[in-house]
Design a protein around this ligand. Structure first.
Ligand code: FES
Ligand code: FE
Length: 378
């Protein structure tokens, strides 16, 4: 039987990947849920999806169901979606709208939009019950780039460092992303992908472009430098330039829409990709932004929600966004197919010791060290 080379004897050009069990072992996934998704800032919903008081969405974060809703004062709130009485799931729908309260379908405990317990059968005869004390458990929430980021940790890590810092690390500054004013853009299209692969395979794939020439013919047509295998994320501040004959970031390179207000001239005709660990990818092009949120649901299953964001005028006027949506939708399908093709291999004896990273992928090693460091922490 052929064994993979012991990882200690790799030639200098190669770095080791994580071992196969990191992608298949439910115990590793449980540790990631606890140490990563339930500890770090997690991008949960697009704020504008909940425009009116009472609008809500439930999302799975680590082992928890989290309820994000719009309160009467107009702010977004996040709570654990669990009734304080006997633990029933409060909202069973993925999204919806309530008039003024959330009522548990089991014994009818009722919570205000601020999470406070406002009614329960026989509650009036029990003045010793503190309605705030028995309200829903609050989850930390911050809004940035038009999205609500939540954190389940009692003391959240620094949002500046972990979330905004990731963008600075990639682009060199915050202005380079804030110029796209993503919070003011409208969703032109949203596609949800149910990917039968571990979330780390999706992150690793997004971080490298060694695969671009093989699986992304349309993308490399628009961004010829990607054919060399070096991802835009490889160099700080670098945006991949459109090909000379390319007019826009569209499936056939035909023209897109007007450059978004505020986007700098030096960012025109360029594509920037940013990974915000653990579960967000942002893609910036002159006339739109593509924003991915991953929801890791099992060791071998990840739901990815992808928003194509355009200027409100483009969306309101009903202009055809399909040519630009089609380009990255195809890229997504090509990438997720590749990830799904790797997932079964992760449990093969051929991958017990993992694989190797080529030089254009070496930066993925830092992601591996980050994951294994967090998971190993006691
Ligand atoms: Fe919710 Fe009883 S479990 S009211
Ligand atoms: Fe790709």
């Amino acid at each position: 039987m052929t064994r993979t080379q012991p990882q200690t004897s790799l030639p200098p050009s190669l770095l080791p990947t994580l071992a196969g069990r990191y992608y298949t072992d439910p115990a590793v996934f449980a540790a990631e849920q606890e140490k990563i998704f339930e500890q770090l800032w997690f991008c949960a919903v697009r704020s504008a999806d909940l425009p009116v008081a009472g609008d809500f969405r439930t999302v799975q974060i680590g082992r928890e169901s989290v309820l994000v809703s719009r309160a009467r004062d107009g702010s977004l709130r996040a709570f654990l979606n669990i009734c304080r009485h006997r633990g029933a799931t409060l909202c069973t729908q993925e999204s919806g709208s309530v008039k003024r309260s959330f009522q548990c379908p089991y014994h009818a405990w009722t919570y205000g939009l601020d999470g406070k317990l406002i009614a329960a059968p026989n509650l009036a005869s029990m003045p010793d019950i503190d309605r705030t004390e028995y309200g829903l458990h609050t989850v930390h929430l911050r809004e940035w780039l038009g999205y609500a980021w939540v954190c389940l940790a009692a003391s959240p890590p620094s949002f500046e460092q972990d979330v905004r810092g990731a963008v600075i690390e990639r682009l060199g500054d915050l202005a380079s992303i804030e110029r796209y004013r993503t919070e003011e853009l409208s969703v032109g299209r949203r596609i949800t992908y149910d990917v039968k692969a571990n979330w780390k395979l999706i992150v690793e794939n997004f971080m490298e472009c060694y695969h671009c020439a093989t699986i992304h013919p349309e993308l490399t047509e628009v961004l010829p430098e990607f054919a060399d295998g070096y991802a835009a994320q490889y160099y700080v501040g670098h945006g991949a330039e459109f090909g000379e004959s390319v007019d826009g970031f569209t499936i056939d390179g035909g023209s897109g829409f007007e450059r978004l207000d505020g986007v700098a001239a030096e960012q025109d005709r360029r594509y920037y990709a940013i990974t915000i660990r653990p579960q967000v990818f942002v893609n910036l092009v002159p006339d739109h932004v593509i924003f991915h949120r991953m929801y890791p649901l099992a060791v071998d299953r990840t739901v990815v929600e992808c928003d194509w964001l355009y200027s409100p005028e483009v969306v309101a006027s009903g202009r055809d966004v399909s040519k630009s949506v089609e380009l990255f939708h195809r890229v997504n399908e090509q990438d997720f197919d590749a990830c799904e093709r790797c997932q079964p291999g992760m449990s093969s004896r051929a991958y017990v010791d993992g694989g190797v990273l080529m030089p254009s992928e070496h930066h993925i090693g830092e992601f591996h060290a980050w994951v294994s460091g967090l998971v190993a922490e006691s």
